[in-house]
Design a protein around this ligand. Structure first.
Ligand code: RP5
Length: 162
């Protein structure tokens, strides 16, 4: 049984959404991945959501496709949405259709093209009841902090040489 369902509205969303899948996989989180559209294949999208037995759903869609809201309307599992920059207005259409959900049906909106954070947020939800996953997420934070320190020490070295 996959822990996370990843949906994207089009194969054109793959280049962004593959980052979510890579991140989930690097954390040992299993996922089921489909292309399914809120407006072009609505019945199939709803069936995928209804049949999913895991804990958390990550979606990515561009334009004003509203995949997050449609999915969230059919489940009480947490829905995390990535607004994708797919049109001439830099992803603002998708961002607004994600974050401006009317009260009652929440969708967790990530940054435009923020697929990596969508995966991390899904993992954090699962980590509430999974201590191994919690340890892996904590290790990732430590690695990020170490990277910043390394960059700073490189910078200090460069500055001292100028
Ligand atoms: C949305 O419309 C998809 O998520 C995609 O980002 C956007 C455009 O879809 P295509 O016309 O590129 O398939 O449904």
């Amino acid at each position: 049984m996959a822990q996370v369902l990843v949906l994207m509205g089009s194969d054109n969303d793959w280049n962004i959404m593959k980052k979510a899948i890579e991140t989930l996989s690097s954390l040992g989180v299993s996922c089921e991945v489909h292309i399914s559209s809120a407006h072009r294949s609505p019945a199939r999208t709803i069936a995928l959501v209804k049949n999913f037995t895991g804990d958390c759903i990550v979606v990515g869609a561009g334009a004003a496709a509203h995949l997050g809201g449609v999915v969230a309307a059919h489940t009480i599992k947490p829905v995390i949405a990535v607004p994708i920059n797919a049109t001439g207005i830099g992803g603002l259409d998708a961002l607004l259709s994600t974050v401006q959900m009317p009260a009652g049906i929440p969708v967790a909106g990530m940054a435009i093209d923020g697929a990596k954070n969508a995966a991390l947020f899904a993992a954090e939800i699962l980590a509430v009841r999974d201590t191994g996953l919690r340890d892996r997420l904590e290790r990732l934070r430590q690695e990020m902090a170490a990277e910043v320190e390394k960059k700073d020490s490189d910078l200090q070295k460069r500055l001292s040489e100028e």
